[in-house]
Write a new protein. Structure first.
Length: 402
């Protein structure tokens, strides 16, 4: 609400400046006849009705260098309010004016491309942005033109992400991976290669998937997703020792993603020989991970192995000791399950009720959160749908999470 009010103030101020400048240039005989629509539009704007203010302003407030900022502010406000059709009208009306300088036209084209992108008109937005980039390449390399070119490329890369045109996104990302944005776009490019590798895996194009994984590592060696995909690729080719090595690498890359690797890691060890030393190796690795990242998923995976070796009582004690230090509702549910198997009568009924309460507490709780914007969800995503960053969503740790 505060942001909207500030925008209203900016627009009113811009309108006032535009009107005063226009009045200075008008003959005095026309002063009294100036802008019945202007005052009507201003009234709508002050009453927080910018949608009704559009028509009066477009009718009465002429597009010229002095009023350009007014029109741009109004178009931006409408876009923020979700009135995309009206924002398009405002920006197209500006472009219809032939008096504007080339740099002003380029600014408006960028704003119009934003309108198209938010409206889902990706083809229109892409055509406009590609043409804009071409024009900017022909202009003098001023700081303003460079900034417009960079903003345009950021919009283009968002289009390619939506269309899953990963190789085009990589090409544009490499142009953006400079200066302070180097790390951000190197990480993004690594994920583009991961997206392509996953597509190749689905289509059983294993050689292409392996090459994409290699390229992804080259752009971000700390990307745990690369190791997850490589581990799955090795499992598909029944190269279980190689899969285990790839998946274990996650502990040093980014240990918060170890829980995501447990299912394929269990499959890889299941494909390996079942000698005691192999089981011990897996158990020791999980204990190391637990020291680095306390996680109930790791505990429950360990519990499966302990149950085979030592029985329910040892497992229950192991989980209970962990919960004393790191209480989680998921761990409590598992502990209840272990006791239910060895309980009868009223005690068993009470434990069943307690478990139902525990399950209800976490039934609709998010399991993942974006560390950049706070977006929360039930499933793992590598691309945040809110802030659009890559590799920022992590498992939630704590009472209701890991």
């Amino acid at each position: 609400m505060l942001d909207s009010w500030l925008l209203y103030v900016v627009i009113v101020a811009a309108i006032g400046v535009g009107w005063l400048l226009g009045r200075r240039e008008r003959p005095k005989s026309n002063d009294s006849a100036y802008s019945p629509n202007y005052y009507q539009g201003l009234n709508y704007l002050l009453n927080e009705e910018p949608d009704r203010a559009v028509a009066p302003f477009l009718e009465d407030l002429e597009v010229n260098p002095d009023t350009l900022e007014t029109h741009l502010a109004l178009g931006g406000l409408l876009r923020r309010r979700g009135e995309l059709d009206k924002a398009v009208v405002v920006h197209e009306n500006i472009l219809a004016n032939k008096q504007l300088k080339p740099d002003a036209v380029l600014r408006v084209q960028l704003e119009l491309a934003r309108d198209y992108l938010l409206a889902g008109l990706l083809d229109r937005a892409e055509d406009l942005l590609l043409n804009l980039n071409k024009q900017l390449s022909q202009e003098n390399p001023s700081r303003q033109m460079s900034d417009l070119r960079r903003q345009g490329r950021k919009l283009i890369i968002e289009i390619y992400e939506r269309e899953k045109e990963w190789h085009r996104a990589i090409e544009v990302g490499e142009m953006l991976a400079v200066g302070n944005d180097t790390e951000k776009y190197e990480r993004s490019i690594s994920h583009y290669y991961c997206e392509f590798a996953e597509e190749c895996l689905k289509n059983n194009q294993l050689d292409m998937a392996r090459q994409a994984i290699s390229d992804a590592i080259g752009h971000d060696a700390t990307n745990a997703r690369v190791s997850l995909i490589l581990g799955q690729l090795e499992i598909n080719e029944q190269r279980y020792p190689e899969a285990i090595r790839a998946l274990k690498r996650i502990k040093s890359q980014d240990p918060v993603y170890v829980p995501e690797s447990l299912e394929p890691l269990v499959a890889a060890y299941a494909g390996e020989d079942k000698q005691p030393e192999t089981k011990n190796e897996f158990r020791d690795y999980l204990l190391e991970c637990l020291d680095v990242t306390p996680s109930i998923s790791i505990v429950l995976t360990l519990a499966v192995h302990l149950r085979e070796e030592r029985g329910d009582e040892a497992v229950a004690k192991f989980i209970a000791n962990y919960l004393k230090k790191n209480p989680t509702i998921r761990g409590l549910s598992q502990l209840i399950d272990l006791h239910i198997d060895n309980t009868h009568g009223v005690s068993k009924q009470n434990l069943l009720i307690l478990r139902s309460f525990a399950e209800a507490l976490v039934a609709n709780k998010p399991a993942y959160r974006c560390k950049s914007c706070g977006f929360e969800g039930k499933k793992m995503r590598w691309h945040c749908p809110s802030c659009k960053d890559w590799g920022t969503i992590e498992p939630i740790f704590g009472l209701e999470g890991e």
